[in-house]
Every structure is written in structure tokens, then in C-alpha cells.
Ligand binder design. Sequence first.
Ligand code: HEC
Ligand SMILES: [Cu+2]
Length: 454
Amino acid sequence: MKGNSRLRQILAPGLIIMFGLALAAGAQTYPNSTFQPHSELGRYIDFLWNRLLLLGTIVFVIVEGALVYVIFRYRRKGTETEKPPQTHGHALLEVTWTMIPAFILLFIAVPTVRIIFKTQAKVAAGALQIEVIGHQWWWEFRYPEYKITTANEIYLPVGRTVNFKLNSNDVIHSFWAPQLGGKRDVIANRTNYIWYTPDSSMKSAVWNGFCTEYCGTSHAKMRFRVFTVQPAEFASWVAGQQKPAQYGATVASLPGGQATPVSGGEPKTSGVGAEGGNAPAIARPNGTPTPGSDTIAARAPTTGAVLASLPAGYTFPRNLPEFEYAKPHTPVPGDLHFTPGLTGVAARGMQVYSTAACVGCHAIAGNPSSVGNIGPNLTHIGSRSTLGAGSFPNTPAYLALWIKNARKMKPGIIMPTLGLNEMDPVQKRIIDKASGGLDDQQIADIVAYLSSLK
Ligand code: HEC
Ligand SMILES: [Cu+2]
């Protein structure tokens, strides 16, 4: 039939393109994709999505196929003059086209309702509780079981169900780590929960998390990291976080010569001691990288036997090439500079920090003057891999710029501009000595202090 061969001409290339696209989509991994779930919650939702996509595709192909067929089969041939027979009211047809959608809906509704009940169920006893508090624009995380308060980075042991208790300090936020499962609104005056179990078979890994409810100026910079680690690594991390802060006696040099980041680029941290010189003299866990050697070679082993005896203070290794996707790439404002080559002293930095405005907003357990609760808890800031809710890598160079002019680094935040002679973009004035402006040397000292708090 003439119509049919025409149809094939149109459909064949279309099908080949669709098949090609499907292959391409499967061939690559997308780190922030919700289609590669690593928890039961993620898989439930993935199952529903696949089911709906399949049924939707079948309906689409049948309906559009019938439409295209009718268009070609019954189009006017040019020789016909009479109208075709007209039909009004056809009981069998009408019953059929009511029954088919009803049947399809049944196939959608039953699994949907089942999964709603499963995911809304109360969490099983023994789950790890984590309190999540959304702030404009960062995340506070509390582990009540372990009496830990931290920010922007979550450690989870694989195989243990985690129950997030979600609250907001201000506007509505939304908590989402795509590959683990989600997402749920974070609301003031109302507690939401979401729970899931990171797959126990997983190797230690890091996942990106996001605020997915527009919440103001720096919403796009309200991110977090989730580290799904082996149980022994988690225990070691917990033990480290529970200790009060101890700052290193050693010295941190800010990268010489290259400390000034180019607009759009990243500050170089290749200077002597930029990462390494500020380490407090604590024992490093067996196999985890020592500061300054965060390379693939220093990767933590993930076998239970070796990990069983990790000393306190495990942190997930930074800069592993396979976790490149978890590295922040926010550009630094081009007009924000820091004096190159300064050397900070942690003990001096502790003094400066403890008498500056910082203590009114930040808490550091072990520093009795630092008990503020407006900003993130800084007790173990040196152990975190990012600054400003996942916006910048936590290196001395970025930390110095952050302290100097946080509001330039992340617009609109409560943390004021603190660098001497810097322009505060919110207050629209230059920060002078009288209003507590810190010179670069003082900031370098604070950097040495904070980055030694592992
Ligand atoms: C008025 C309150 C306030 C003051 C004063 C203040 N901060 Fe902050 N700080 C904040 C807030 C709020 C944030 C979170 C900003 C964000 O990421 O959105 C923050 C973030 C930080 C961070 C990043 C933490 C993280 O985990 O991402 C560091 C480091 C920091 N402040 C250090 C300091 C230092 C050092 C001082 C004093 C020189 C200081 N702050 C003064 C409120 C303050
Ligand atoms: Cu938000």
C-alpha cells in the first residue's frame, strides 16, 4: 500500500535517532542525575518513573500511530466527490475507549499508592537521626545521637537508614541529594521528614546536594555534600567531630606570588605549606591522606578489616579525580585580592578571632569566647572540604578571601565584609579600623587558626 511505505519512510529514521539517543544516555554517568539511585527510596521512585514512562510511551505510540495512519489512509484522493459515511454514537467504541484508560490508570495507581505508603511510613527504629536546619543560604546539620553540630557536609555510614528531620530557620528551602533520593521541602514552623538507606554495597563516595526551592539572592550557592562512607570511617569521623577544637601550633603560609585569583579562576594553592603547613600534630588515620598529599595514591582503603581500627578524625579524601564533580567551581570576584606570601600563625589567629566580630555569630567548641549561633559551627572547619555552603574549596587562599569580603564572594549573606578598606556591598561603605576591619596579616593569622581546626 502506498500510504504504508510512506509511513515507513518517515518512522524509520525517527526510530533510529531515538534509539541512538537512548544509547548515548545510558553510556555516560551523570553525577547529579536522579536516574542512578543509590538507596531504596531512590529505587522506588525510579521504578515508578520507569513504569509511567513505559505506559506513557505505549499510549503515545498507539494514539499517534493511529492518527498518522488515519491521516494517510483516509485522506482525500482527489477523485472522490461524496462524503464518507458519518457515525454518531457507537456504544462498543465508547465503552472500549473508556475501559482502556481506566485499565491503564489502574496499572499506574496501584504501584503509586503502594510507594506513597512505603515512603511516608515511619522510619524503622535504630535509624541515624540527622536534624537539618535550612538557613539563608547554608545548611546546619546536627547529629543528636552523637552531639555533633556541623554545616554543609553530611557523613553517612553505608547500609544504615538515615532519617532527616527538616526545619527552616527562615524561608522555605528544599533538601535534595539527587543520587541518594529526595527531595523534600524544608519549612519553618513545620517538621518534615525524609529517610533512606544508602546502599550497603557502595564504595565510599561523595554526592552533591542542593537547595531546590528558590530562597533568595544566593539560593544557587546553597549546596551541601554528602559523604557515604564505610561504617568504620563514619565511627572515626564521629569520634573526631566530638572532640573540642584544638588548633595547631604550627604556621600556615599563604601561597606566595599566586594568591591573587584571576577573575573567573581559582586561587592557586600551590605555595609552600598552603595545605600542609597548618596541620595540628594529630595522628592521621591509617591510609587516609596526610595534609598536602591528597592524591589518589593516598586514597583510603575501603575494606572493613583495615578500617576496623581507624583512629579518630577520618575525613573523606579531597581531590580524587573520580570525584571531580563534587569540586566547587564558583568564580572569585576579579576585584578581590589578598597580599601574596603572608605567613599566618594559628596562636595569633586564635587571639584575633576571639576578639573580633566572628565570635558573635560562630561557635567553636573549646573556644569559650566563640558561642554565636547565627553562622555555621566552626569547631572542625578545617576538616570540611568546602566553604560557603559548597561554593568554594576550603583552602587557605579561598578562606582568606572569604574572611576579607564574604559578601563579595557570596552576595547577600549575613556575614559582613571584614577586610580593612574593603567595600561592604550591602552596607555600601568602606570598612575602616574603627568598625573592626582586619588587615591581611590578621586575616592570614585567622586562616592559620581556622584551617588547623581539623
Ligand atoms: C553577623 C554574623 C557573622 C559574623 C560577624 C561573622 N560570620 Fe562567618 N558566617 C556567617 C554566616 C551567616 C555564614 C554562612 C554564610 C553562607 O554560607 O551563606 C558564615 C560563614 C563563615 C564561614 C564558612 C563556613 C562554612 O562551613 O561554609 C567561615 C569560615 C566564617 N564564616 C568565618 C568567619 C570569621 C573568621 C569571622 C570573623 C572575622 C566571621 N565569620 C564573622 C555569619 C557571620
Ligand atoms: Cu534554600
